[in-house]
Design a protein around this ligand. Structure first.
Ligand SMILES: NC(=O)c1ccc[n+]([C@@H]2O[C@H](COP(=O)([O-])OP(=O)(O)OC[C@H]3O[C@@H](n4cnc5c(N)ncnc54)[C@H](O)[C@@H]3O)[C@@H](O)[C@H]2O)c1
Length: 248
């Protein structure tokens, strides 16, 4: 049975990804710093372990990898999904606010990948990083969040370039808006309406619609796919002019 580490697995896209892995017969190390929500979400699940750690802390990251290996013996996929969103104007984004977003979204993704590489070499495993449409297209209020996700996108290409030699694949999934706790904390009704106008499919995505792309990229069905940035976004990224006035 294959083994995945999924960070940010207590809820949202990470929990949906965990469930899809289990349905496909994988075992999952569920990582989240919110221990209570993690325990609650894992309660009814089999073939999982829960690891309550902060992915931005080097000592925590080492424990995540060693405890996964102690329990399951191998790592076939690492899904770097844990992240935070913080929308604010450039002029109100001080260094502390900037660093908080970077330390989790970017540093955490880097640290987890570094720590898991040795184990992934043994399985010729896969890394899937979670970017965002905010990393593909610039926007207001996202100087820290958007830049962190753009960096995750490039980090993915760096990983694919260097780790391909070991048979490790690295890809990035960029979700469009999904009604998770993270998004609902920063999406006002105005933002929700504007997204609808700018998305060809004219709706938010679901957690499962993102998770299915993630689990596909981790599977052997994607064995020749690496270094790719795949938006699961209802067409948002491909649409240059999403003006409501141009809709029929
Ligand atoms: N929901 C969206 O609209 C959307 C859009 C684009 C990208 N994303 C990305 O998808 C990923 C998942 O987001 P979601 O919407 O499911 O959010 P969510 O808030 O529902 O889930 C994120 C989980 O990550 C955990 N987490 C955050 N920081 C952590 C840390 N330092 N260590 C361990 N766990 C941590 C949280 O406790 C939470 O359970 C994020 O990287 C986010 O940026 C989401």
């Amino acid at each position: 049975m294959k083994v995945a580490i999924v960070t940010g697995a207590a809820r949202g896209i990470g929990l949906a990804t965990t469930r899809q892995f289990l349905t496909k017969g994988w075992r999952v190390a569920m990582v989240d710093w919110d221990g209570d929500e993690l325990a609650l979400s894992a309660k009814s699940l089999e073939n999982v372990i829960t690891l309550t750690y902060d992915i931005s802390q080097t000592q925590d990251v080492a424990r995540i990898v060693s405890q996964t290996l102690d329990t399951f013996g191998q790592i076939d996929a690492l899904v770097n999904n844990a992240g935070i969103a913080d929308f604010g104007p450039i002029e109100q984004t001080d260094f502390e606010r900037w660093r908080k977003v970077m330390s989790i979204n970017l540093d955490g993704t880097f640290l987890m990948s570094e720590a898991a590489t040795e184990a992934l070499k043994k399985t010729k495993g896969a890394i899937v990083n979670i970017g965002s449409i905010s990393g593909l297209r610039a926007s207001t209020l996202r100087v820290a969040y958007g830049t962190s996700k753009a960096a995750v996108i490039h980090l993915t290409k760096q990983q694919a370039a260097e780790l391909g030699e070991y048979g490790i694949r690295a890809n990035c999934v960029c979700p469009g808006p999904v009604r998770t706790k993270l998004a609902m904390a920063v999406h006002t009704q105005d933002i929700i309406d504007s997204y609808h106008d700018a998305i060809p499919l004219n709706r938010y995505g679901s957690e499962d619609e993102i998770a299915s792309v993630i689990t596909f990229l981790c599977s052997s069905e994607a064995s020749y796919v690496t270094g790719q940035i795949i938006a699961s976004d209802g067409g948002f990224e491909s649409t240059g002019v999403g003006l409501p006035a141009l809709r029929t």
